[in-house]
Design a protein. Structure first.
Length: 240
């Protein structure tokens, strides 16, 4: 299916992060932000990101012992949650900086998630945390996920979101759009934390994501929101 991302109004963070060379620009951005990435995650979400990851792994719905790929794994937080739940995890990310600062016992591979170095039906499941809006081609990514996940395998896609309730939405826009870039810029990479709220506009709606998953070969899609709607989770099953 054909899909057009929502335009990023203002394009204020960095032009290259929204243009043809954005893959390399995003990679460099995450390399720069890697050293304090975990610290900023804990600080800016008041620790809620850990709860979201834990719930995502629980809702993945796989029995312990399966092999699960953490795609765009960053510093390996989801790998750790997978291992705590009794799964075998493997993390993949294109950012050497993120992998260098990873704190997990899971094996890690530097790889482009649009061209996964995994055999067909190689894993029982896959997870992806806070990365969909950074991908240059969602259709290609989901096709690759469908290729490497076995039939009847499960996936869980965790992302940021904007609350539907008006009062919460206004507060979220103030915090996420104004305060997060200031705090992140003071403690880490300025461009990265200006890009973060702007990149939310690059994320398809839940309905569009569900349609993309169906087109890629998934079924039994479920969409959930966490913490009043500031995070969201899509789970699905690979068609058998």
């Amino acid at each position: 299916m054909s899909f057009r991302r929502r335009a990023c109004a203002g394009r204020g963070a960095s032009e290259e992060l929204f243009d043809a060379g954005r893959e390399q620009a995003v990679e460099r951005m995450f390399d720069r932000a890697a050293r304090r990435y975990d610290l900023l995650n804990r600080l800016l979400t008041f620790g809620l990101d850990r709860r979201w990851r834990r719930r995502s792994v629980g809702l993945l719905g796989l029995p312990p012992g399966g092999l699960v790929a953490d795609l765009a794994c960053g510093t390996g937080d989801l790998c750790c949650e997978l291992e705590r739940a009794g799964h075998k995890a493997v993390g993949l990310d294109f950012s050497a900086g993120m992998l260098r600062h990873a704190d997990t016992t899971a094996p890690l591979l530097r790889a482009d998630v649009l061209r996964l170095p995994l055999a067909a039906a190689a894993v029982d499941g896959a997870v992806c945390g806070f990365a969909l809006r950074n991908l240059a081609d969602l259709e290609t990514f989901l096709a690759e996920v469908a290729r490497v996940v076995r039939p009847a395998g499960r996936i869980a896609l965790l992302e940021v979101a904007e609350p539907r309730w008006r009062v919460l939405r206004c507060g979220h826009r103030l915090y996420f759009g104004r305060l997060v870039p200031i705090i992140g810029g003071l403690l880490s990479d300025r461009v990265a934390y200006r890009y973060l709220p702007e990149s939310l506009r690059l994320l398809p709606s839940a309905a569009d994501l569900t349609a993309l998953l169906a087109a890629a070969g998934f079924e039994e899609m479920e969409h959930r929101v966490f913490s009043g709607g500031i995070a969201q989770l899509l789970t699905a099953t690979r068609q058998g």
